[in-house]
Design a protein around this ligand. Structure first.
Ligand SMILES: Cc1cc2nc3c(=O)[nH]c(=O)nc-3n(C[C@H](O)[C@H](O)[C@H](O)COP(=O)(O)O)c2cc1C
Length: 141
């Protein structure tokens, strides 16, 4: 499988998560055809990919108002009609409905959202592994 990864990150946690996800997928024999900021999407890589992974971080007041940071950039991603997409978001305390918002926004780009997971910033190893396991399950289903 070919994956393109798109990331929005302020302090690096989401890049780190994306790195770990990419490395695990490569170990499973996948190719990572793009690894770019959400704000500078690589259109060729998105087109070439079988699946696009979109990651950002949770912004809010920690217990209320949580939302995916950079949702405007996600809403402006190129059309991904019928392309498989999975979302992830790193957080510190409580992700709220961040994944739901990401899913709905990605669906407006025409994507088939096959899954999403919130990843605690202090448990990136464990949570990225869970993300990859679920992703492998979702694409083989
Ligand atoms: C201004 C700001 C607001 C945040 N709000 C929340 C929040 O509402 N809920 C939460 O769980 N984490 C919140 N966080 C924590 C970040 O989501 C977390 O540190 C994340 O991993 C940052 O990703 P990054 O390192 O890729 O920028 C906030 C962080 C910042 C800087």
């Amino acid at each position: 499988m070919k994956a393109a990864i798109l990331v929005e990150s302020l302090t690096g946690n989401t890049w780190k998560a994306a790195d770990k996800i990419g490395a695990s997928l490569q170990q499973e024999g996948w190719s990572i055809v793009g690894f770019d900021p959400v704000r500078k999407p690589n259109h060729g890589a998105i087109q070439e990919a079988d699946i696009v992974l979109v990651g950002t971080w949770v912004h809010g007041l920690f217990v209320v108002g949580q939302a995916p940071w950079g949702i405007g950039g996600i809403a402006k991603l190129p059309a991904m009609r019928d392309k498989k997409v999975a979302a992830f978001a790193t957080f510190a305390l409580n992700p709220g409905k961040t994944l739901d918002v990401m899913t709905r926004t990605l669906q407006t780009r025409g994507a088939e959202v096959v899954g999403g997971l919130a990843l605690h910033r202090a448990k990136l190893d464990e949570h990225t592994e869970t993300f990859v396991d679920r992703l492998l399950g979702a694409v083989s289903a």
